[in-house]
Write a protein that binds this ligand. Structure first.
Ligand SMILES: *Cc1c(COP(=O)(O)O)cnc(C)c1O
Length: 416
């Protein structure tokens, strides 16, 4: 049976076709421009809709389902922990939270971890930590954090302000003071912003590779210059690893691709493999939080920590980083071949299993056109801006699944 016709045998018959978009939209706030698709079942890199139609999932909940859907290790961790203890409070010690923190500090440059529930919340923690450091260590009374154009850091008021894209700011004024934007991969712009802000810059916050802003990889030389400047001036370097971290780049952390270490970094998306968890991580010298400074009711509860620990241990035990590297090379090579066949493709770029296919700016084909047509053909993709199609499959994706995805793109571009 081909993918297009495969029906998962365990879909409960009542779920099939029992869904009404109109009813959904009359009850759920319309904050998302949703595709005309309702998903009800997943296994590995495949998901099924309400008609029982199968799709190859190269979105993975936007770079989140690290081990795909319904992974046996995740099911086991979820089941065992929920039968044991789901939630208590950070009023008490949570041993499995300590185990997860140990895994993270053993596998990164960080010395300390704060757990929360999402990427935006992890970045809020990083921003608060940097501000406290500015006030208590650097003696800056009105600290500024530099962030990049085309960045994405989240949707809370502070993280949407940090996000250097005006479309996300519209109608939400007044924004949070203390942010200043510079072009990405442009060191001279950072130097002049620091000069202009006259001693107020406390931190520079960047993505190692800009995900949502168009799959723009950071340049090694730029990040090394930024790191050196931060060291000379005592400025903190914060890296937002929410999308590219946790193995997606082919290393555990995006900063390993750049040959530098941040002072503070954040993780979320892939960390829990699909359950909501975020983390703010830092080196010992900027560990300035004290009891009462920061908190999150759900943060690091036994349930999410047990699942995230299982995801981390599986990445390591099954050497999934090797798969990320090999499948990433395979995908980029195949997409390059399509680029020589279809002039509408202007560039293929990325690291590991976060890759972008950019369309010619002058062409009237947009990323969303390709994404919609691919969806009809049984492949889920997500745009990263108007002209870039993003490929972020589960990190367990197979060589055959990469080939199948590329042949669908080939057919879709051929028909356009
Ligand atoms: C998705 C994302 C965020 C926001 O994460 P949420 O969990 O949606 O709050 C922040 N930074 C980056 C780089 C992201 O990709």
């Amino acid at each position: 049976m081909g993918l297009e016709t495969a029906v998962a045998p365990t879909i409960h018959p009542e779920l099939l076709s029992a869904f009404s978009q109109d009813e959904f939209n009359s009850q759920v706030m319309t904050t998302y421009g949703r595709f005309n698709l309702a998903l009800i079942k997943g296994e590995g890199c495949t998901v099924w809709d309400t008609d029982g139609k199968a799709y190859l999932d190269f979105v993975a909940g936007i770079a989140t389902c690290t081990l795909g859907h319904a992974h046996p290790t995740v099911i086991e961790a979820v089941t065992t922990q929920i039968q044991t203890l789901t939630h208590v409070s950070n009023l008490y010690y949570v041993p499995v939270q300590g185990e997860l923190a140990k895994w993270l500090t053993d596998h990164s440059c960080a010395d300390r971890v704060f757990f929360c529930n999402s990427g935006a919340e992890a970045n809020e923690g990083a921003i608060k930590l940097a501000r406290k450091y500015a006030h208590t260590v650097l003696n800056i009374s009105e600290p500024v954090i530099l962030t990049a154009h085309a960045s994405f850091h989240g949707r809370t008021l502070a993280t949407v302000t940090a996000t250097g894209q005006p479309k996300y700011h519209k109608n939400f004024a007044p924004l949070i003071p203390g942010f200043h934007y510079v072009p990405y991969n442009d060191f001279a712009a950072i130097e002049s912003a620091i000069a202009e802000l006259d001693g107020r810059v406390a931190a520079i916050m960047l993505e190692p590779l800009q995900g949502e802003g168009g799959v723009n990889p950071g340049q090694v030389e730029y990040f090394q210059q930024v790191r050196k400047l931060c060291d000379e001036r005592g400025i903190l370097l914060i890296l937002d690893e929410v999308q590219v971290g946790m193995g997606r780049s082919g290393k555990y952390w995006g900063y390993e691709q750049l040959g530098i270490e941040p002072d503070i970094f954040t993780s979320a998306k892939g960390l829990g493999g699909g359950i909501p968890i975020g983390a703010t991580l830092c080196k010992a010298h900027c560990n300035v939080f004290q009891p009462g400074d920061h908190a999150s009711t759900y943060g690091g509860n036994p349930f999410v920590c047990a699942v995230a620990l299982a995801v981390c241990q599986t990445l390591e035990r099954e050497n999934i980083l090797a798969n990320v590297q090999a499948r990433g090379e395979q995908l980029r090579a195949s997409l390059q071949q399509l680029a020589s066949k279809y002039p509408v493709i202007s560039e293929v770029r990325g690291w590991g299993l976060i890759n972008g296919l950019e369309l010619q700016a002058e062409s009237n084909v947009t990323a969303i056109d390709v994404v919609k047509t691919a969806m009809q053909a049984g492949l889920l993709l997500v745009p990263a801006g108007p002209k870039v199609i993003r490929f972020v499959p589960p990190l367990i994706v197979s060589a055959a699944e990469i080939d199948r995805a590329v042949s669908i793109i080939d057919r879709v571009l051929g028909a356009m």
